[in-house]
Each structure stands twice: as structure tokens, then as C-alpha cells.
Design a protein around this ligand. Sequence first.
Ligand code: BGP
Length: 482
Amino acid sequence: MTTKTKTRFPEDFLWGGATAANQIEGGFNEGNKGLNIADVLPGGRTRLNVLSEPGFNFEIDKDKYTYPNHEGIDFYHRYKEDIALFAELGFKAFRLSIAWTRIFPNGDEEEPNEEGLAFYDRVFDELNKYGIEPVVTISHYEMPMNLVENYGGWRSREVVTFFERYTRTIFNRYKDKVKYWMTFNEINSGLMMPIMGLGFSIQKEEDRFKPTFQAFHHQFVASSLAVKACHEIIPEAEIGCMIIFAPVYAYDSNPENQLHAIQEERLFNYYCADVQVRGEYPAFMNRYFEKHGIELDIEEGDLDLLKEHTVDYIAFSYYMSRTEKKDKTAEDNVQGNILSGVKNPFLEASDWGWEIDPTGLRISLNKLYERYEVPLFVVENGLGAYDEVEDDGSINDDYRIDYLREHIKAMRSAVDEDGVDMMGYTSWGCIDLVSASTGEMSKRYGYIYVDRQDDGSGSLERSRKKSFYWYKNVIESNGEEL
Ligand code: BGP
């Protein structure tokens, strides 16, 4: 049954799906591509724990681990078939990332790799053929390993220069093909997962503060330089920041818990966006730096650069909310996404423990719009779930449809009733892909099923799930028929 109501999603609303190079492309050592962080991450639910094991090094050890990102879902060779399916879905936009290591295999070369540039030319041309707008993430957990190993990742100021070279190269090359850009995927994730976001691991707790926030400062400067370059080279383009947003609820009306929720929220949800959208460090961060004895190395001109080159829009991922209380015990703790909190008694969780909260998306849109008043783009949202292929080949993913329907409804209310300015919605993993946090294939998000299993078996053949037909109709009716 479908429900019909009036909607005010703008006519040019960017409906589509989202992916990242390292989770779909495969071809990890083809076309002169260099090794990046994702290539050395082992597969499996323990992925993130393994990374923090003492003595873990980034040597590829196939006797010990699997490396699902090496083959991904083979988009590198099958992009035409996949884009044809996106066109069939009626996508207006497709979010993908460029692998830095296809363009600069080691990150620090002077000249780009033509084979890598040509690959994305082919992908953008194919999208263009169907009138699908590419929405490009410049850096999605794909830092060149050479920069990780020999420069200490974003700790090094030199990396800013390399990143600027990379961004100028791709803006110049794709200026006629790409209008929507974003800088760092989920930039605030570096607070919890420095290896994926900032390109280094924290060895000792006491060393956490300075390197982390110095690396962030370098990313902010790099982001402003990218915004500057983008506006110079492609004046009609829009470039955004990209954050994880998970609204924080207080566990109850105890003012101490309310205050605690605000404190939890500002570092994780607002710090990065404040710098990238408002162009300056917020007061609470300056205080935080003082309290923790952090003195950032800020070069002359940095603060002006941050102020002058702010982003045009905010892109964010939304999967869950968080509930917090001041004095939580270890037993209270629930883990979801990369964030933990206390269990919210009003919410159910996915099979991976991520609490499902569509209203939280409306709350997020309101919070962000009230604070920044810039257009918002939901570039990730979706349900990671186990799918079953029936004997007749069908995949009846009603749970996914339910999840997406409720989130789109919440978004529609934010636009319709609350007046939030939204640019688009690209749900995460529109085609099944390798999970970022666990390296699993069995954690599926797609409208399109990919026959690939956790052990690496499977034909890689694509097929349409029930949600495929449902989402196609959502797009066709501009969010009216859910
Ligand atoms: C975000 C990442 C994506 C993605 C998604 C789902 O944090 O930007 O790359 O994968 O989460 O997470 P997972 O793949 O761990 O289920």
C-alpha cells in the first residue's frame, strides 16, 4: 500500500544514491593506482578492533586476514552496467568518491596519473549520458599509504600542499563534468577513528589531543584551499563539508543530563561544521584547547583563509541518534556506528546495534538549519541488513523499504512543515558494497543486490531487490508516493 500526501520537495531535488571508491571499485592495483588506507584494512566485524591492537602494522598479510576492498564490487570494470541500473532507478544524482591514489598514487608526486584521471572521465561521461549529476567526495577514507607511513597522515602540514595539488588537478580536469563537490567524508569521524579520517593511529592516550586537533587544523586549511580553488576554477559549482550528524538526547529531564547532552553534542556534531561553515573556531573549542593544554600551530594567514573560504552547503550522514547521561556505567553503554551512548528505550536497533530513529533525522535537519542556515544535503542514510535471495531470485527487503520510507517522511516534514532548505538525498550504498566499519559484504544497504559474500565467493552479478522498484517510484513521484 502506498500513502499519498502533498510534498514540497523542490523540483530539482537531487534524489539518488551514495558510494565511496574504496567500497565499490576494486581494481586496487590496476591503472597505476597506489595503495591507500582502505587497501590495508582487514575484513570482518573485528576490523576496527584489530586496528587498535598493539603491534598491528599495515603490511598486507593474506594468511591472516581478508581484504574485501581489493575487489570491492568491481565497479572499476562494471561501472557501465551499474550506472545503467541507476538510470533505470531514475537517479538525479550519484554520489561517488575519487580515490586520491588513482590520481596521485603516492600522494606526493608532482604530476598526476593519467590513467586514473581517464577512469573518472569515463565514469562522469557515462553518468552524463543519462543526465545523472555526479556528487563527488574528494576524500573518503582513502588516504595514500605513502602519506600515512612517511608523513604521519594529516599531522603533517606538507600534506596540505599535496591535497591542494590533488584538488586543483581534479577541478581543472572535471570542471565541465562535475558541479557538486564535498571535501572530507565525515570529517568529524577523526575524533573517534583517527586512522580512517586523519591517517594515523593514536599510540598513547596522553598523546591524543595535540596531534588530533593539529591534524584537524590541517584538514580545515586544506578544505578552505579546496573551496577557494573550486570557486576559482568552477564558479558555478557548489562545494560542501561532510559530517556525521547524530543528535544527542538527554536520557531524562535531569538538568545535569541535559547539560551533558549539550556538551557531548558540540564537540562531535558542531566543532567541524562551525569551522567550515562559519569560518572560525567556536568559543567552546578555544576553551577546550586551553583546558587540555593544546596549542595549535596556526600559520599566519590560516585564520583569514578559514574565514574567507567557507563551504556552500552542509552534507551529512544520518544513521542514528545517541542518548546520553552524565553518570553512565559500563553496563549502560550501547555501541552503534562509531558512536556509543546509553540505550534509548523508545528505539529498536538494527542487527548491527544502530538505533533506528527517523524522527532523529528531522531533528538533525532542524538543528543544522537553525544553526547555520545553509542548504542541507543528506548524502548518507540507510539500513545495513542481511538479505535473503529467494528460490525464484527475488529479494523482499520490506524492512529496508520501511526504514527508508520513515526517514524520507521525516525529511519531508522538515522541508514541508519546518521550512528547512534541502538540496537532495542520496541514500547510502544504493548498490551493495563493502562495509566501512566491518569490511563485510553481508551488511547490505542496496536497492541492487550484488552476488558477493563475505568469504569472497559469488558471481558479482547484480539483481534488483524489491526496494529497487519502490525507490524508483519515490523518485518518479518526487517523494510523494512512499
Ligand atoms: C559511513 C561511511 C560510509 C559507510 C557508512 C555505513 O560512516 O561514510 O563509508 O560505509 O557509514 O557504515 P558501514 O559500512 O560501517 O555499515
